[in-house]
Structures are given as structure tokens and as C-alpha cells.
Design a protein around this ligand. Structure first.
Ligand code: MG
Length: 386
């Protein structure tokens, strides 16, 4: 039985994780849940799954959740501190980290200190703090099993292989909704167009990241830490059908790929079942209905975020944290209609150039870099041309 702390239970990954918990109720027990602001859904989930504890991060909604769960013995917590408590709740042995952004770092560390398995959907944790997280995981014997579909694919391809036999990784990218769009019209891209991803059904933030290719850039940094390979051993190729989820090329030239229909439930379930596989009614690949599997180089002139991410990875130190924070703010500004789509990479580049991110890294210095980059991105967005 996996005893799960599910942080981010009302988001896209969280809801799909609960579908798996519902289906495998003999294998998965939900012990804690958390939501940022969706109190109504959190209450419904708590009443269905009877966890020991729930966290509503927004403190203004604490009373609402408390009254919604009155008459139960479920503990209700709030704030970022509550997330840390929920992550290391007694009896929990698995953290599903599905919250958005760098808020995932501290709860992940708390769960690792308890030796829990980390089923990691929150890529920002490794992007921001991979240099700290990976040694801690080793020290506490905490397994990190990626939920991100590309990294789950690579993780699966590496089973039974020696890491010294790996030549390079190939992360596949769908290219997002604007892959074939005329570059001249990029400044007119709307929020609604951006949120229509061709293959994957995901949360808003990651869907915008997919459209700018920043999602792939963050995934390159995530892969660097998960698989301990330098930037030049991690390549990106566009594959619009999203059937091949990623590949590993070995030193003898052999390539292993993991394929499947685009469905996040598969990597979520694997992160819980590993090293076993549980029966699941996932759609098999309908081979004869697939016309072709296409591949092309990413266009980093049109989508400069991918290069910005490689630059941050090569710079190291605080640079990935600065990149990530600038991106989180820029995406939020775009979603709120404050800046155009084309301003997202511009802001990230400006903020990244102001601070090279050098110096030794610890959790406090990362938090400072994160706060500075958020402030600076907001300031620069106001002096821009809009
Ligand atoms: Mg992914």
C-alpha cells in the first residue's frame, strides 16, 4: 500500500492522480491533500478520500474549508507551512508533488527527509534547486520517480541499463499550438489560442510554457539533475504527434524509446507502481491509424525560451532559479492580459542578463534570487512598451 501525500490535488495532475487512487483503492491510500485556492473541490475530494489532513494554502479560505469538513476528524491546515506539514505527515511514504512553481521545493525536501518516495510532477523543484535536492535524495535514500511524461519515458528506457552506457538523451516536444504559425503574427497571439494545446490536457501555466517552448527548456534542466548528464548530452527534437515520449541513445548507437498515447495517467501510475506495473485500461497506440511519426529541429529563433534555458543551465548557480521565477511572473502577466505573448521571452532574457546568478547555492540564497527575479520581472514589465 502506498500512503500518499498529494500536494496540488485540485490541478490537472492532482485530479488524474485521484482517478488512479480511486481505481487502485487496494494499492493507494490518500493521507493528505492540498489545494491553493479551489476550496470547493478540495472539500469534495476530502469527503470522498477521507485523508488525515488537508491544506488550503490561501489563508482567507481556511474557515470555508474548516466548516466544509466540520463533523469529520480531518485536520485542516493552511499556508506554505501547512504544505510542509502535509508532505511529512506521519505514515506518509510517497509524496506526489503536483503543485505549480517553486512553491514545491520546501515540501519536497521535507518529504525526502522522511525517506519518502517523491513522485515528481513539479519540475520547478529540480529546475530551481536540483543542486540541493539530488544530494539530499541520496543522503536520505529517497527515490525520485519523475511524472513528467518525457522524464518518465527516459526513466523507463534506463531500466536495466548502466548509466555509463548512455550517450545522450532526446527529449521530444510537441512544438505547441504555434509551431506552424506565421512569425509576423506572434504579437497578436491571445490567451485563448495559447491555452489550446494540440495533444495534452494540462494546467494553464504549463500550457503557456509549452507554447513558448520554455516547458521543454525547464525539462532539459530537470533531466540534467534527474539523470546526471551535462547540457550537451540532452537534446530536444520536435515530434508533433506526441507518441514517442522521449528516447535514450546508448554508446553503441542503439536507441530506446517509450511510446504511448498522450495520457498523463500512465506516468502518474508508473511513479506509484514502480518497479511493478499495474494493469490499466489505457488506450493502446492504434498503430495502423497513425499516418506518420514526424521529427524536426526546434526553431529557437521563433521560440528563444529554449535557448534561454540552456544558457541558464550552462551558467549554473542561481541562473536556473532566476530563469524560472522570471518565467513564472511573465506567464502570469500574460495570462492576466498585462503583456503580449512575445514579451515573455524578452522579459526572461532581460532579467537573466541583469544577474548572472553566480555564487554558491543554498535554500536561502535561492529564495532570495527567486524573490529578486519576481520583483524585477514585474518592474520591467511596467517600463516596457505596452
Ligand atoms: Mg513534459
Amino acid at each position: 500500500m502506498r500512503n500518499v501525500a498529494l500536494l496540488g490535488s485540485t490541478g490537472s495532475i492532482g485530479k488524474q492522480a485521484l482517478e488512479i487512487a480511486r481505481k487502485f483503492s487496494d494499492k493507494v491510500s490518500i493521507r493528505t491533500l492540498s489545494a491553493s485556492v479551489n476550496a470547493d473541490l478540495l472539500i469534495r475530494q476530502a469527503l470522498e478520500f477521507s485523508p488525515d489532513c488537508v491544506v488550503i494554502v490561501n489563508e482567507d479560505l481556511l474557515h470555508k474549508v474548516q466548516s466544509g469538513l466540520s463533523g469529520t476528524d480531518i485536520t485542516v491546515l493552511t499556508s506554505a507551512k501547512g504544505l510542509v506539514e502535509a508532505a511529512r505527515w506521519p505514515g506518509v511514504d510517497t509524496l506526489i508533488s503536483a503543485i505549480v512553481g517553486s512553491a514545491g521545493v520546501r515540501p519536497t525536501i521535507a518529504a525526502m527527509e522522511c525517506g519518502s518516495r517523491i513522485a515528481l510532477a513539479n519540475k520547478e523543484t529540480l529546475v530551481v534547486a536540483g543542486e540541493i535536492i539530488m544530494p539530499l535524495a541520496e543522503r536520505y535514500g529517497a527515490e525520485i520517480i519523475p511524472i513528467d511524461s518525457e522524464h518518465s519515458a527516459i526513466f523507463q528506457c534506463l531500466q536495466g541499463e548502466m548509466s555509463s552506457a548512455v550517450d545522450h538523451l532526446v527529449l521530444t516536444a510537441s512544438g505547441g499550438p504555434f509551431r506552424d504559425r506565421d512569425r509576423a503574427s506572434f504579437s497578436e497571439i491571445t490567451r485563448e489560442e495559447t491555452l489550446k494545446h494540440p495533444n495534452w490536457d494540462m494546467g494553464d501555466k504549463i500550457t503557456v510554457d509549452s507554447a513558448t517552448l520554455m516547458n521543454k527548456g525547464l525539462e532539459v534542466i530537470e533531466a540534467r539533475w534527474l539523470f546526471d548528464l551535462p547540457a550537451d548530452k540532452i537534446r530536444v527534437i520536435l515530434h508533433p504527434q506526441s507518441i514517442i515520449h522521449s528516447m535514450v541513445t546508448f554508446c553503441d548507437g542503439s536507441v530506446k524509446a517509450q511510446l504511448g498515447m498522450p495520457d498523463m495517467k500512465l506516468p502518474i501510475q508508473y511513479a506509484l507502481s514502480y518497479p511493478d506495473r499495474w494493469e490499466g485500461a489505457f488506450t493502446a497506440v492504434p498503430w495502423t491509424l497513425i499516418d506518420s511519426l514526424e521529427f524536426e529541429e526546434p526553431d529557437t529563433k521563433t521560440f528563444p525560451c529554449l535557448n534561454h534555458a540552456y544558457e541558464a543551465l550552462r551558467a549554473g548557480g542561481h541562473a536556473p532559479a532566476i530563469l524560472n521565477a522570471a518565467n513564472e511572473v511573465a506567464v502570469d502577466l500574460f495570462l492576466r492580459g498585462k503583456i503580449p505573448f512575445t514579451e515573455i521571452p524578452v522579459l526572461i532574457e532581460q532579467v537573466s542578463m541583469e544577474d548572472s546568478g553566480s555564487g554558491s547555492v543554498n535554500i536561502e540564497s535561492l529564495a532570495e534570487s527567486d524573490a529578486w527575479a519576481r520583483r524585477r520581472t514585474t518592474e520591467l514589465s511596467k517600463v516596457g512598451s505596452h
